[in-house]
Ligand binder design. Structure first.
Ligand SMILES: [Zn+2]
Length: 257
């Protein structure tokens, strides 16, 4: 029950505001802000709130690693004052399109690249070093997500100083929720026997979450090219699950589990 409560808290921090990113033709004087994947859209909305005209270009439930923006997205990108992306090579087609269409005075902010240095990059099952792209999922670590929020606050305030206090107040509220979440995850982890603090995920997205809370990522099911695992790979995985005595499996709406 406690674990469920933590996950609900986790979801409420990262998903609750998703409905707020309305698309409008008229920005009515507000900053026009574009974001990419939904966790980033959510963080930007938590800070920018109603004072920005925010649009996320990667639809909810889409595989962001293989996402290619539609040609029409170029129009939106060309109107944006600020474009927030994860970076770390997650959204290369969208980044290329944004760079090609960037209006004068507009800015592209790569949050991940500003949050960690190459020394901190994690390479793993789905993101092998040979391929050159580090695991980009920084936001599953609440403290790194808070750093994203800090960068968002500063960029919004720089472009729109009249609302700097509003962005700061939203940041303060967000920081409080992040700290509560961090404490709740720590408390919940303490209730899991140490030997069970292992994660095997379909999609390899907990690389930065695991070390903060003392979990070990033992593998990922999804091949590095994001294709479906073969029947043989699935059979090997089932053997591994049995051998490790994995007590719980959780599904995802984005990937077939
Ligand atoms: Zn991912």
């Amino acid at each position: 029950m406690k674990r469920i409560a933590v996950w609900l808290l986790f979801l409420s921090v990262f998903l609750a505001a998703c409905g707020g990113a309305a698309e409008t033709d008229e920005a009515d004087g507000r900053l026009r802000v574009i974001s990419t994947v939904s966790p980033i859209t959510n963080i930007v909305y938590n800070i920018g709130g109603e004072k920005i005209d925010l649009s996320g270009i990667v639809p909810e439930g889409t595989n962001s690693h293989t996402f290619e923006p539609a040609p029409s997205t170029a129009v939106k990108l060309a109107q944006a004052d600020l474009i927030f992306m994860n970076g770390l090579n997650l959204e290369l087609p969208s980044l290329k399109m944004a760079q090609a269409n960037l209006k004068d005075g507009a800015e592209i902010v790569l949050l991940g690249d500003q949050t960690i240095t190459p020394d901190d990059y994690v390479y793993d099952f789905s993101f092998p070093k040979e391929a050159g792209n580090p695991n980009p999922h920084l936001w599953t670590n609440p403290i790194l997500a808070l750093r994203y929020a800090e960068i968002v606050r500063d960029r919004l305030a720089a472009k729109d100083p009249d609302n700097a206090d509003y962005y700061q107040a939203n940041y303060d509220a967000f920081a409080q929720r992040i700290n509560d979440l961090d404490e709740a995850i720590k408390a919940t982890t303490a209730s899991i026997p140490e030997n069970n603090r292992k994660l095997l995920t379909y999609h390899d997205s907990f690389a930065y979450f695991a070390p903060r809370y003392g979990y070990t990522v033992i593998g990922a099911i999804q091949p590095a090219d994001f294709s479906q695992p073969s029947a043989q790979e699935m059979a090997a995985l089932i053997d591994q699950l049995k051998a490790e005595g994995v007590p719980a499996i959780f599904g995802s709406e984005v990937f077939p589990s």
